[in-house]
Design a protein around this ligand. Structure first.
Ligand SMILES: [Fe+2]
Length: 190
């Protein structure tokens, strides 16, 4: 079973064979994938991607009430998104229903909380971490987590996400409850 710790180990591992690449080169690399890349590959690519605010201009936009997901690319193997969060915006507690994913903080502060699921005790709090601009966090299978821009950050948050295979319907959880619900991410503008 992959754990959150595994993901952190991937991040701190020495850089693998991958030259620095531009935003466009990263997207082109994703377009060439005919099978889902590993979590380790996603972490390496994001770590070596040089992405500017200008690169993200057409994927940057905020809405009130909830974070806004902007899709950069999607095929059958992999997808890339840019998420824009006002202070206080957060995801439900979720897993990725069989996909793994890596997230790079482009601007702002990301809080990530991880959880463990026990069918007798229900969902239990596990760890909390903060990621600053440039940092990467990864979620394996079946990691359960919640991401958000803390209310107290006082600034917007922009994050870059790559999922393999692309996300479908997610599983959501509530602390102290064994109930698992389904959730379809909201891509609408309102
Ligand atoms: Fe997630």
């Amino acid at each position: 079973m992959s754990t959150h710790l595994d993901a952190e180990e991937n991040i701190s591992a020495p850089p693998m064979e991958c030259d620095p690449m531009s935003f466009r080169e990263l997207v082109e690399r994703l377009e060439r994938q005919s099978a889902p890349p590993t979590l380790e590959q996603l972490n390496i690519w994001l770590a070596n991607a040089r992405i500017s605010r200008e690169d993200l201009r057409s994927y940057t936009g905020f809405k009130e009430g909830n974070y806004w997901r902007h899709r950069v690319f999607r095929n059958d193997s992999v997808e890339m998104l840019v998420l824009c969060w006002r202070p206080g915006h957060k995801t439900p507690i979720h897993d990725h229903n069989g996909s793994h994913g890596a997230v790079k903080v482009h601007e702002g502060v990301l809080w990530e909380t991880t959880f463990a699921y026990d069918k007798d005790q229900g969902l239990c709090y596990r760890t909390m971490r903060e990621c600053q601009a440039g940092e990467i966090t990864g979620a394996g299978v079946p990691d359960i987590h919640q991401l958000g821009n803390p209310e107290v950050s006082g600034q917007d948050l922009i994050t870059i996400h790559i999922y393999a295979p692309p996300l479908g319907v997610l599983n959501t959880y509530k602390v102290g409850s064994p109930v698992i619900d389904l959730y379809t991410p909201d891509d609408s503008e309102a």
